[in-house]
Design a protein around this ligand. Sequence first.
Ligand code: HEM
Length: 413
Amino acid sequence: MNTISAGHAREGAYDVLLSDLDVSDVKRFQDDSIWPYFERLRKEDPIHYCSDSPYGPYWSITKYHDIVAVNMTHGVFSSEQGVTIVDLPEEYWTPSFIKMSPPKHGEQRNTISPIVAPENLAKLEGLIRRRVKAILDGLPRNETFDWVDKVSIELTTQMLATLFDFPFEDRRLLTYWSDVAATTPRTDHGIDTWEKRRAVLSGCLDYFTRLWNERKNAEPRADLISMMAHSPATRNMEPREFLGNLILLIVGGNDTTRNSMSGSVLFMNQNPSELRKLCDNPVLVSSAVSEVIRYQTPIAHMRRTAMVDIVIGNKQIRRGDKVVMWYISGNRDDEVIDQADSFIIDRKDSRQHLSFGFGIHRCVGRHLAELQLKILWEEMLNRRLDIKVVGEPERVASNFVHGYSALPVQMVA
Ligand code: HEM
């Protein structure tokens, strides 16, 4: 692992000229050295212009309240040109409702949102608990295993298969498509060109098109495919838009919750006194879950595009400029969150964080994500599981998905 010391990272962050500072470099997310760069921007230039980066020029919004303000003005800062710092080549562009404005955005969002409504979550709770118990009871004892693969991926992928009513035995395809869709082409997972990425995702579209065709001619059911196939807002989608919405739901439901599950084990290991607090007082589990999601910030940024010339924080943003809201930085803004760099499971306002976004695109699946994490930790506490992290986590090389590809652990029996 290429972990660099905190002192070294700090020097690097403060050495560079402010005008040359580019926080988008994926290496700093992969080696976890990004924090002092954001700390400096929050202090010295919270609305910062980077004129040259691999993604072209972009603005960085790094403080909590500025991020909320940008998010709440979707008429001024639109998601229609994309939600990540990367400009997708036109031929690979897929529409989806996160990249839409009202009224179409609301119509499509309302089509799928009943699946995560409180009544449905109440129905899912028993199933999630049974699966959590089975996975925890089957974990190896006194040997090293990968928590990401055995627990985080397995649980979130099982859930996603249920939401789509996807053939259970093929569920790891969902993980694969999610991993490919969530990143731009890169060398470390074999999908190193846009063309290869498209080929994988067209396999995903073919698979789902078969399910769509079966379900559109059957009675409406409570799964995401059937809901979309029968709703007037989505039933006539072009294949590209269907693929776009599938990617949104697969990545949205998969990577984010998975990385929170992995982060939760890592943070409890790094902060044994917090783990002790939770073991002594399990009612803290809900606020611990929120703190994990804040501290992890599984989606590091969301991008918008300015629709008009506008001044924020004395900075002139021009129509067409790319504006990147760094949720990962806003969540460490200590003018809003007390001791923001510390992991504290019993914070007074633990739900006050940016990880789910704000405004019309606020995460639709957030209560399901919280429920899965809560049940996982309740069952771990019930079993008094002692999970020890026994090696460096491997972090994903991405400035968008903030998470782990591996976390070696041992369960002490
Ligand atoms: C939107 C984070 C779990 C489905 C979002 C956004 C974020 C986010 C940051 C964009 C908000 C914005 O534009 O500001 C997370 C995190 C999760 C999680 C951190 C877990 C800890 C889930 C789950 C699902 C889901 C489990 C599906 C079951 C979606 C969808 C959107 C979305 C469909 C688009 C909403 C819209 O455009 O109206 N999520 N998410 N997410 N999320 Fe999640």
